[in-house]
Ligand binder design. Structure first.
Ligand code: AMP
Length: 279
């Protein structure tokens, strides 16, 4: 597995692979890799001739009061995990490599970035679209893999790729969970044992809603209320949102008469967690 820090080396390697006709899979991450990230790497290796991962904690997608400086960094373990998944190339740039002095161009995200996370983290998706486009340019892959765990992010990236005619296919990958349902997240390591129990209520609320929908409850309001109820019962006081929206536009809807998604963002102690389920 080759490890590179410079943009030029990273570009040269991927461009050379593409010139020989090889397909290249790209897995962008912020490191602190867990089994969820590694399923993306595994899929990339399986489906593409060459596989590239990136590890970069992107300052542009963190708000001023968010956890950028304390975001977990576990590079040695990350590299071992990627090696185990037969990743061919890892791009680990220093911040100055991607944001040199004088950097000032950002990608205005599509309108699907406005609700949900956009309300609570107003500059987040601008940071995401900017870094993802930069990575797509530096690593001109055939296909890029993103997790459905970050459902709105996946939607934002799909729209950006369509709107800006970026020649990369985007693949969404299923959320990997702990046996009790908690979605794997780099931020789970912030949770105490007790908070870990509380955190499980996010997936419990989502599973309950999916079950209710299966039983024929299609009015959105009672379904949303039931999610809030389960979260509050578990002791969660700060719920940013627990709602059901149209799966494509992310607009709210009164009735489940089309493909939808239920999404939750909630704080367990100082840790903000997100999760979702397709309906
Ligand atoms: P991050 O390092 O948190 O930016 O995540 C990198 C990629 O891994 C993103 O595309 C995430 O959606 C994806 N990811 C994060 N958690 C999971 C999970 N539990 N299951 C599947 N993919 C995930």
């Amino acid at each position: 597995m080759k490890i590179v820090e410079s943009r030029s080396e990273a570009y040269a390697q991927v461009a050379q692979w593409r010139q020989t006709g090889a397909s290249v899979g790209l897995v962008p991450t912020m490191g602190a890799l867990h089994a969820g990230h590694l399923t993306l790497a595994e899929r990339s290796t399986k489906e593409c001739d060459k596989s590239v991962a990136t590890i970069f904690v992107n300052p542009a997608q963190f708000g001023p009061r968010e956890d950028f400086s304390r975001y977990p960094r576990t590079l040695d373990d990350d590299l071992q995990g990627l090696r185990d998944k037969q990743t061919d190339l890892v791009f680990i740039p220093q911040p100055e490599e991607l944001y040199p002095a004088g950097f000032s161009t950002y990608v205005e995200p599509p309108s699907v970035a406005l609700p949900l996370e956009g309300v609570f983290r107003p500059t987040h998706f601008r940071g995401v679209t900017t870094i993802v486009l930069k990575l797509f340019n530096i690593l001109p892959a055939t296909v890029a893999y993103f997790g459905q765990k970050d459902f709105q992010q996946l939607t934002v990236i799909r729209h950006m790729v369509d709107d800006l005619n970026i020649p990369i296919r985007v693949e969404g990958c299923q959320t990997v969970r702990e046996p009790d349902g908690l979605a794997l997240s780099s931020r789970n390591r912030y949770l105490s044992l007790e908070q870990r129990q509380t955190a499980q209520s996010l997936s419990r609320a989502l599973t309950a809603v999916a079950k209710q929908v299966g039983e024929g409850i299609l009015a959105v309001e009672p379904l949303e209320q039931s999610m809030h109820h389960i979260l509050r019962e578990a002791g969660i006081e700060r719920i940013d949102y627990a709602c059901i929206v149209d799966r494509t536009t992310l607009e709210s809807l009164p009735q489940l008469d089309r493909p939808a998604v239920a999404l939750i963002a909630a704080h367990v102690g100082d840790t903000r967690l997100i999760d979702n389920v397709l309906l």
